[in-house]
Design a protein. Structure first.
Lengths: 498, 99, 496
């Protein structure tokens, strides 16, 4: 497959994006039956006549799922339908028990909204076309053939635990004008959506478990043109990084085809994490005809306006608003805030501040030492085995003078190694600053004796040289001395004042 | 002119996943043609400004609380399955869309 | 008098009084079934052991002093479209042959709770698609009045069983007339409750927005008693009405039309109607007037488009409802030779497992919902549905109930209409409008047609949740006619 470099592609074409995001709601029970929604249950243990589509079984809609969808719509500044229906989307597929999916067609629960995302200091408004509610499918495992791929498998085995879990689909309007920031905008949008879902508490939005999944539409329009090109829909985009990479790769691929005088085929494509590229889905023998019609087994939804108003008034602070507030409270720069956002550190820092740490200290530890360790071990910051209150305790020990930064790092290391709470690590490792003036004075006397030449320099007025002596004291105390106090005592002993 | 062609009937059979023989297709083409001609009478009723009814009764907002109920046991779930493997429904190979 | 000739109310009273037992009554009916089933073929599944075990359990509950309703211990024939955990449930389709659901339909559960004893599962047109039981994959049922004729359909096994004294009660489902039409042509009573008045949960779906479970019996009171047992709100069915069941038993006990306004639907007469059917209908009209009702003619012009609208809406919903029969999770699987794909196996199974009428309707429905045709067919049919509702509403401004013949003709000969689907569809001409609008409607015997001495049914239609009005009028008609005839119409039926 030929591609042309991204920058070159952008020189000749303008990309238009579109994103369809599926979010599995974190309800206790499924969309239309009372089966559990827990991830990872033993196969076919969370199924019933309704979600297995046994003859005669009927769906009844989960009120919490309707409520969550309306809340999502409100958080995305959507209008809420006064009256809408579920519809059946008819197509045969073995992991879909009824061979139709209960979804919504031309009457989504929420429509016409927007959400702003920030990329490189620029605010991009993403228009939301619709937010609707549907149900998830079961999960097929492909047996025989090559490594579990569907192609070449000789049969499949199906677990329907996932079938019927409520799924919210959020569809953007086409997003033009993102230019070379298209990949970043796509990523920022999905990131922002994820945070909105988290703040609403409607989903655990774990992309790796499939509770947030993304289909990415891309088309290219020649620069100066006015007609949008044919779009492709890339499925299987299951991480934030992949969202970004798939947009980039599709732009590079489509540009090469257009450069060569070819035509883009409207098709489904699949993203491959390993190569970072997309490949064509099986070309369909005939266009899909889903034969949507209103679901006769469910009655229309007509949300009471008073209920919608109540849900709206009870919405939590949205992530972008919260970030602005926290930035002001913490007094940090746009850049620092963006860095914390990108590192998924805002919640952690906030929790640390709530646990009593000064914002600057909380940020320093999470974005410094802890970010470094997370990076080294390849884990997310939030997955490090340390709590915000642990970090707050460490900052408290530092500001009380019980620890200095060097000791504090050792404490963090101990906590991360599972040696216990900060206080337990301090006790077990004996990491106390030496505050005993007598002991410190003795160490200083020894250091001055051992470094008579340096001491002489300081005494003769080269105060800057005192650093070497402080270093000696720190070394001799194995880091446990309070460097500031040591400096004062050294100068005092040498009879020098600043 | 017939309301429906044999090719259209073949398309409908494919859409509804029924492997019909050529004879059956011929047979159904004739019958469906007659039926469609008869039911097309609905189009003669002027109803442009009439709202469609998808349901017999105007009920709205029938929901259930988000409560977990007893599921079937895997044995019950799989009891009627034509084939089972590893507590899952065993199905023939799927012509998926993945490349 | 033999136990099988008694009414359900009588049997219930005898059992309650300890004069007989559920087991004795069940055994008497099982004996009758053994005797006449070779001729009638009303049942798809009979399992005497399971039935007697149920009867013994009911006797034990009664002996323990448990308060059960008036039908405790009374046997019932159950249409094989209602899920039963202890008997196969097939909808008379090869694709579900041998299927044993792991759950009971709500109606089934309510029958059991009230102490009814299930005698077996009755025959029907495959997936309830038909008007004669000739579309059953397991052979047709015969009309006890004339074994060469159909007992109607789709609930023909249930009507035949009751008319043949194999059961005092039976269940049916009515999507376009599948209770009222078989009741009419076998000389018994059949009621289609208000849509949503009886639960569809566990009833194998044909057309979800139309399907309505309802009762059959040999008289109006028994029908009402059964109606009351299984009706009422079911949280498992979103379309179930959360309102009290109309007092149908009370109405059935007090048939009276004095001062009632009754409308005769003008459009249901004329070409295609058998003269003997019209004669009996006109006599019924005169009878109602003589009983003090004010009868007027009412025009419902859109009713003539109900049949085409129905034959778009029902197949459309069916095409989707039947998609689940795909050989993956249950039921028949054909052609899985290890090389064929799931898609091929689905298509081979559905071709082998569905009968011709089902295939026809699935394709018709698929067509009506297809892009490009949706607006002209399904969409337009739904608008017609609205218009029919308006016609009903306008009519009910003037009258309390509407009446018509239940069917244009008496029972037709087996095989007579199987080659001509449109002719078969005409059997439901008068019954369909009530399905499209969810109205209540009942069929009650009103005599024998002059030409063939076969039963004619009078249909009484009432507004949504006006089920009690159907029973009130039906009971008055039954009372007056039985005193005229010197007993029920069924006594005219030949001995089997």
């Amino acid at each position: 497959m030929s591609t042309i470099p991204f920058d070159e592609a952008l020189g000749r074409y303008e990309p238009v994006l579109g994103l369809e995001t599926h979010v599995e709601l974190g309800t206790a029970s499924k969309m239309f039956c009372g089966c559990k929604t827990t991830f990872g249950g033993a196969p076919n243990t969370q199924v019933c006549p309704t979600c297995l589509a046994l003859p005669g079984a009927l769906p009844v809609a989960n009120e919490k799922a309707i409520e969550s969808t309306i809340r999502i719509g409100l958080a995305l500044n959507c209008s809420i339908a006064e009256w809408c229906r579920f519809a059946r989307k008819n197509y045969f597929y073995p992991d879909m028990p009824k061979n139709y999916q209960i979804s919504q067609y031309d009457e989504p629960l929420c429509f016409d909204g927007h959400i702003d995302v920030e990329v490189e200091g620029e605010i991009v408004r993403i228009e939301i076309e619709r937010v609707h509610l549907e149900e998830d499918t079961g999960k097929s495992t492909h047996m025989g053939g090559a490594t579990g791929r569907i192609h070449g498998a000789d049969h499949s085995i199906v677990d329907y635990n996932r079938a019927g879990i409520p799924l919210v689909e959020i569809v953007t309007k086409p997003i033009p004008g993102t230019d070379r920031l298209a990949p970043e905008v796509a990523r920022a949008y999905v990131t922002e959506l994820r945070e909105v879902m988290r703040s609403l508490g409607v989903s655990d939005v774990r992309m790796e478990e499939g509770s947030l999944r993304c289909d990415v539409n891309v088309s290219l329009m020649p620069r100066g043109g006015s007609e949008w090109g044919t779009r492709t829909e890339t499925k299987n985009v299951n991480s934030l990084r992949s969202v970004e990479r798939s947009v980039r790769s599709e732009i590079e691929r489509q540009a090469a085809i257009l450069d060569g005088g070819g035509k883009i085929v409207q098709e489904t494509r699949h993203f491959h994490e390993d190569t970072g590229t997309t490949t064509s889905g099986r070309s369909k023998e005939e266009a899909q005809d889903y034969r949507y019609f209103p679901e006769p087994d469910l009655v229309p939804i007509a949300p009471d306006p008073a209920w919608v108003a109540e849900l709206k008034s009870e919405l939590p602070e949205l992530p972008s608003v919260r970030r602005k507030r926290l930035q002001a409270e913490w007094g940090v720069s746009d850049l620092d805030m963006q860095a914390m956002h990108n590192a998924d550190a805002i919640d952690l820092v906030e929790a640390t501040v709530t646990a009593g740490a000064p914002a600057a200290d909380a940020r320093k530890w999470w974005m410094g030492e802890l970010a470094r360790r997370a990076n080294e071990s390849g884990t997310a910051l939030g997955d490090l085995p340390i709590t915000p209150s642990d970090v707050a305790r460490v900052t408290a020990l530092v500001s009380s003078g019980a620890l200095n930064d060097k000791l504090a790092r050792q404490v963090l290391e101990g906590v991360l190694a599972g040696e216990g709470t900060p206080d337990e690590v301090v006790a077990a490792r004996g990491l106390q600053i030496v505050n005993d003036e007598g002991e410190l004075t003795a160490i200083i006397s020894q250091v001055l004796a051992d470094n008579a030449d340096v001491a002489e320099k300081v005494r003769s007025g080269k105060i800057a040289a005192v650093g070497a002596l402080v270093g000696g004291v720190m070394k001799a105390s194995r880091g446990k001395a309070d460097a500031g106090r040591a400096r004062e005592l050294i100068l005092e002993q040498l009879g020098v004042s600043e | 002119m017939s309301a429906i062609t044999r090719d259209e009937v073949a398309h409908l059979a494919r859409l509804s996943r029924m492997a019909l023989s050529d004879d059956e297709l011929d047979h159904y083409a004739t019958q469906l043609d007659a039926i469609i001609e008869a039911v097309a009478k609905v189009a003669e009723v002027a109803a442009e400004d009439v709202p469609p009814s998808s349901h017999a009764l105007p009920l709205t907002n029938v929901f259930r609380a988000d409560e977990v109920r007893q599921s079937l046991t895997p044995e019950q779930a799989l009891a009627g399955a034509p084939a089972v493997e590893d507590d899952r429904f065993r199905v023939p190979r799927i012509l998926g869309e993945e490349a | 008098m033999s136990l099988t000739r008694k009414s359900a109310a009588e049997l219930g009273a005898l059992i309650a009084a300890g004069e007989t037992t559920a087991v004795e009554v069940a055994q008497a009916h099982l004996d009758r079934m053994a005797e006449v089933e070779p001729k009638v073929n009303a049942f798809l599944h009979i399992d005497a052991e399971t039935t007697l075990a149920q009867a013994r359990a009911v006797d034990a509950r009664l002996a323990a002093g448990e308060k059960l309703g008036p039908l405790a211990g009374v046997p019932i024939a159950h249409k094989d479209i209602f899920s039963t955990h202890d008997m196969p449930t097939t909808a008379a389709s090869k694709i579900l042959e041998g299927w044993r659901p792991p759950f009971d339909a709500t109606v089934t559960a309510r029958l059991r709770a009230a102490g009814l004893v299930i005698l077996g599962k009755t025959n029907l047109d495959e997936f309830a698609m038909g008007s004669s039981t000739e579309n059953s994959a397991f052979g047709e049922s015969h009309n006890p009045w004339d074994l060469t004729r159909t007992p109607g359909g789709s609930s023909g096994g249930s009507s035949a069983a009751v008319a043949a004294y194999e059961a005092p009660l039976s269940t049916g489902t009515d999507t376009g007339g599948s209770i009222r039409q078989p009741a009419a042509v076998t000389g018994i009573v059949g009621m289609k409750p208000t849509y949503g008045g009886s639960s569809r949960y566990g009833v194998i779906a044909f057309a979800s927005s139309l399907d309505t479970p309802g009762p059959f019996a040999r008289n109006v009171l028994d029908t009402a008693l059964l109606h009351e047992v299984f009706s009422g709100h079911d949280p498992m069915d979103s379309t179930s009405i959360d309102a009290p069941v109309p007092s149908v038993v009370e109405a059935a006990r007090h048939g009276d039309v004095q001062g009632m306004r009754i409308g005769v639907v003008k459009e249901f007469a004329g070409e295609g109607y058998q003269q003997g059917v019209l004669n009996r209908f006109h006599e019924a009209v005169a009878l109602l007037e003589s009983l003090g009702a004010k009868v007027v003619e009412v025009s419902c012009p859109t009713f003539t488009t109900a049949l085409p609208a129905y034959y778009l809406i029902a197949p459309s919903e069916a095409s989707s409802n039947l998609a689940r029969f795909d050989a993956m999770r249950y039921g028949l699987r054909v052609g899985d030779d290890g090389t064929r794909s799931a898609e091929e196996v689905m298509a081979l199974t559905r071709a082998a497992g569905f009968g011709p009428e089902v295939k026809r309707r699935v394709m018709l429905g698929t067509y009506a919902l297809s892009s490009g045709y949706y607006d002209a067919y399904y969409g337009q049919a739904q608008k017609v549905r609205t218009l029919i509702t308006r016609d009903f509403e306008a009519a009910y401004q003037q009258v309390d109930v509407l009446i018509s013949p239940t069917t244009p003709t008496t029972a037709f000969k087996l095989g007579e209409r199987t080659g001509d689907p449109m002719a078969m569809y005409l059997a439901d001409l008068c019954t369909i409008p009530s399905n499209l609008t969810g109205n209540a409607a009942i069929s009650v015997p009103c005599g024998l047609a002059d030409e063939d001495n076969l039963p004619v049914g009078l249909q009484i239609m009432a507004p949504v949740l006006g089920d009690d009005r159907c029973y009130r009028v039906a009971s008055a008609v039954e009372q007056a006619l039985e005193s005229r005839w010197g007993g029920p119409l069924l006594k005219e039926a030949p001995a089997l």
